[in-house]
Design a binder for this molecule. Structure first.
Ligand code: C2O
Ligand code: CU
Length: 467
């Protein structure tokens, strides 16, 4: 699905008039020094998604902010967050990409009971790795994330490359109706669930359309791109400037020059860019029609760039674990529209796909079984080296996410791109295979699911039990 035409026109008019400039520095909420506890209140709120003052009133946000406040800590610290549920529906918060302790992972009915309306939950998360992460609702996430319940989480490290500006860009596509409101009626569309998922028609970066960020002329920038989309696979083009990819999903990779960053739902990419021109235009080129996704403008009023453009020194990505005693777990993914799944086991009964779809809204299966958060994919011994041998035997791409661990990716196809570092979310094209290797060194019940959130809700997710 392309982006919304009517509002695209509005957007162009607004941009020409030069009134879209928004404050791009995400608010960092104050921490009470004594207790060091952040406070996130999930509630109904209005967001200025279109940027012209038309408020989208049916958003659900943390602290009425879109995206939620930037949570920023240092490696080795604790992240303590009191989540208050001011919605009229249960919720939880998941710390995406954090190798968390299990009971803080935020998966309702698996690692904790949901936080009921009016109630609160204190998350105490140890931060053992640095990088770019995010947090989002993990209860009915196909609706809660689509309404805006997410925010960035950055963990700093002493070894981070020095930069003049460190910008976090959280990218999302929203499905808005003609009045600029979130299109409520389309939630739960069986068509979306059985195809590519819920696509939006309006793109925002940090909750606004085509934001302009100012940078010192000649500055060295770090851009942290985070995709909060339900289903769309962004392709973010960095207009002209030399961009060096330094990390994916929070983990350091082999430095690489890139022009376009592919970001599947849940994925992150960190770039270093030297501002060698007046402006850098970011566009989403996933639809064929380039769509504005922000600009970085050199502003002499900000003063001189201070960081010298020396080569970027990065730690080497972690070498892959020893595979001599690997435990292989096959994951045969089937289902969806135009697929080859005719029947699957659901709650112990073998049912035809049509019945599953109509009566249960289930459409996808792992190894012939409709996935669910009470369905164990495998029992794994603590410390075991594991390979998830995943075969995407469907007609759709899927962004496979593992909780509590990061994995190396091995692909057979020599023409396919395999990442040089570890990841927590891996985009699998239709028909592709990948071997996701991890050391199961984190005990607990961990989800492995598609981050196209409609797919996760309709069968594409199961639990790995590590003990
Ligand atoms: Cu980012 Cu199970 O989710
Ligand atoms: Cu999927």
């Amino acid at each position: 699905m392309g982006y919304k035409q009517m509002q695209r026109r509005d957007f162009l008019t607004i941009a020409a008039a030069g009134v879209t400039a928004a404050s791009l520095n995400l608010p960092t909420i104050g921490r009470a020094n004594a207790s060091d506890i952040y406070r996130l209140k999930a509630g109904k709120a209005t967001a200025n998604l279109i940027g012209d003052g038309t408020g989208s009133k049916n958003c659900w946000l943390y602290n009425a902010s879109c995206p939620g406040p930037l949570l920023r800590r240092r490696k080795g610290e604790m992240l303590n967050v009191a989540v208050i549920n001011d919605l009229s529906t249960p919720t939880t918060v998941h710390w995406h990409g954090i190798r968390n302790i299990n009971e803080m992972d935020g998966v309702a009915h698996l690692t904790q009971p949901p936080i009921e309306p009016g109630e609160a939950f204190l998350y105490e998360v140890p931060l053992t790795e640095s990088g770019t992460y995010w947090y989002h609702a993990h209860t009915m996430s196909w609706e809660q994330v689509a309404r805006g319940l997410y925010g960035p989480l950055i963990i700093d490290d002493d070894d981070d490359p020095a930069v003049d500006h460190d910008f976090t860009l959280m990218i999302d596509d929203w499905r808005l109706d003609q009045d600029g409101q979130i299109d409520d009626a389309s939630f739960g569309s069986l068509h979306d669930w059985s195809h590519a998922g819920r696509f939006g028609n309006w793109l925002t970066v940090n909750g606004t359309s085509d934001p302009a960020l100012s940078a010192k002329p000649g500055a060295r920038l770090r851009l942290r791109l985070i995709s909060a989309a339900n289903a769309r696979i962004f392709k973010i083009k960095i207009g002209g400037a030399a961009a060096t990819l330094i990390a994916e999903d929070g983990a350091v990779c082999q430095a690489e020059q890139i022009e376009v960053v592919t970001l599947a739902p849940g994925q992150r990419a960190d770039l270093i860019i030297d501002m060698d021109r007046d402006s850098i235009i970011l566009q989403d080129v996933s639809t064929g029609t380039p769509y504005p996704a922000g600009r970085i403008i050199a502003d002499p009023n900000l003063g001189q760039a201070e960081i010298s453009k020396t080569p970027i020194n990065l730690a080497a990505p972690a070498p892959i674990a020893d595979l001599s005693a690997v435990k292989v777990i096959d994951v045969h993914m089937q289902g969806g529209a135009m697929g080859n799944l005719t029947e699957a086991i659901f709650n112990g009964d073998k049912l035809p796909l049509g019945t599953l779809a109509r009566e249960h809204k289930k459409l996808w299966a792992f190894n012939g079984i409709v996935g669910d958060y009470n369905q164990t994919l495998a029992d794994i011994q603590l410390g075991q080296v594991v390979a998830l041998d995943v075969f995407n035997d469907t007609a759709w791409p899927h962004a496979m996410h593992l909780h509590g661990h990061h994995f190396w990716v091995l692909v057979d196809d020599p023409t396919a791109d395999a990442p040089s570092g570890k990841r927590d979310t891996w985009l699998m094209p239709a028909g592709s295979r990948a071997r996701l290797v991890f050391v199961a060194d984190n005990p607990g019940l961990w989800l492995f699911h598609c981050h196209m959130l409609e797919h996760a809700a309709s069968g594409m997710g199961m639990v790995l039990a590590v003990s």
